[in-house]
Ligand binder design. Structure first.
Ligand code: SR1
Ligand code: MG
Length: 395
């Protein structure tokens, strides 16, 4: 491969193994086995194992186009460096919940990192019936730390401005701006839905009250640099077991509104309760624990370590948390809608084999999304959020 020239070309199983050897990552190894395991929308992922030992690692490489669509959709390779730098920073801030990066090369768009194959992608695990008893408190803790320590409350002004510049990520933000905050609300060619949902999609495109609120949420996403976000924190970006949780894939990282990461977690848990009405209480509990862990952790950090001159002002912390919650509820609504009729779907819904049940679940996701967007200012807590979901799910 062209590692010597240090110019980009997509890795193969053979050249990925050669790269690992050339980096000295398997000294004296009797031999390696390599497998391409990437099942996401955008990248190549190789697992490299040493024969006869437990040693293994992951080499991830960005492709210059969106794999989910094909070469007609070019995509910057810079995202690999953004992802590697975000992983390194998030590892410092929330070490228990982030894999270790061993090496990265911006030119080759390659990141070498810890192999997490003892864990399962949590979307796959949830669909298979795993309960992941600690995932929600872990994610709350992870977001309390990453959001607080990259916000104006946890950082000095110049440090925050520098980080915001380092994580300038316009190309990946544009994907989110289009796929989450525009296309699903219009008859856009990127939308993708079963024909039976056409009338539901058209109703949404003609829903001016919904569009006005979606426009407001889009404006928040475009303009509010509150904290360094993961930017794509769905359950496919989270590895889990009963005891461990690791957040991967922050290639969409950028300075944005804190509620976006929070809302992505909430929406992707909600897909499980929408797809499985029998699971609703259990998912509600997860969302409640998640928000308690986030708000509790954020509050502790605020009281210990706040750099803002108004930190002690009565009412300021509750107002900040209220803003995060309200945005999160609205952003969760946008995620429910886009994963149902937009370009990128979720297996929680698409995987429902029975056609009528699948359509019912998708209609419930659209109705829930609409309600969360429209009612976000009135939804006071997780209990009210759950009520809204159970109303649309029982229709
Ligand atoms: C073209 S990328 C489609 C989706 O995959 C990523 O994981 C993001 O969620 C993006 O919206
Ligand atoms: Mg991803």
């Amino acid at each position: 491969m062209s590692l010597v020239k240090n110019t980009y070309e997509p890795l193969t199983e053979k050249t990925a193994a050669e790269l690992a050897v050339s980096l000295g990552l398997f000294p004296g190894s009797p031999g390696l086995t390599t497998e391409e395991i990437g099942d996401g929308n955008l990248n190549l992922v190789f697992r490299i194992k040493e024969k006869g030992s437990e040693k293994s690692l992951i080499i991830k490489q960005a492709l210059p186009f969106a794999k989910v669509v094909g070469e007609s959709w070019p995509l910057t390779l810079k995202r690999a460096a953004i992802e590697a730098e975000a992983l390194k920073l998030f590892k410092k801030l929330a070490p228990d919940f982030v894999p270790e990066v061993f090496y990265n090369d911006e030119e080759l768009a390659v990141t070498v990192m810890e192999d997490l194959s003892h864990l399962t992608i949590s979307r796959t695990g949830f669909i298979a019936g795993q309960e992941y008893p600690l995932i929600s408190s872990h994610l709350g803790d992870y977001l309390a730390k990453t959001i607080f320590h990259t916000s104006d409350y946890g950082l000095l002004q110049a440090d925050k401005k520098k980080l915001a510049k380092d994580f300038y990520n316009p190309e990946l933000c544009k994907i989110t701006e289009d796929l989450i905050f525009a296309d699903p609300y219009f008859n856009s060619p990127t939308n993708d839905f079963e024909e039976a949902l056409r009338a539901d999609a058209e109703a949404l495109w003609n829903d001016s009250a919904l569009k006005l609120e979606a426009a407001q949420l889009r404006k928040v996403f475009l303009n509010e640099a509150e904290a360094l976000l993961h930017g794509d924190l769905h359950t496919g970006s989270i590895f889990a077991s009963d005891t461990e949780t690791k957040v991967i894939d922050p290639e969409f990282a950028f300075y944005g509104p804190a509620g976006f990461d929070i809302g992505q977690v909430i929406a992707n848990l909600l897909f499980q309760s929408i797809a499985n009405p029998g699971k609703t209480d259990f998912i509600d509990k997860h969302i409640e624990t998640f928000w308690e862990a986030f708000s509790g952790g954020f509050t502790r950090l605020w009281l210990e370590d706040n750099k803002d001159p108004f930190a002690d002002t009565e009412g300021f912390l509750p107002a900040v948390l209220q803003k995060y919650w309200e945005d999160a509820v609205g952003f969760a609504g946008c995620e429910l809608i886009r994963r149902t009729i937009g370009l990128a779907h979720v297996a929680d819904l698409d995987g429902i084999k029975d056609g009528q049940r699948r359509l019912d679940a998708k209609r419930a996701a659209l109705a829930a999304g609409r309600n969360l967007i429209l009612e976000r200012r009135k939804i006071a807590d997780v209990k009210e959020l759950s009520k809204i979901i159970s109303l649309v799910s029982s229709v």
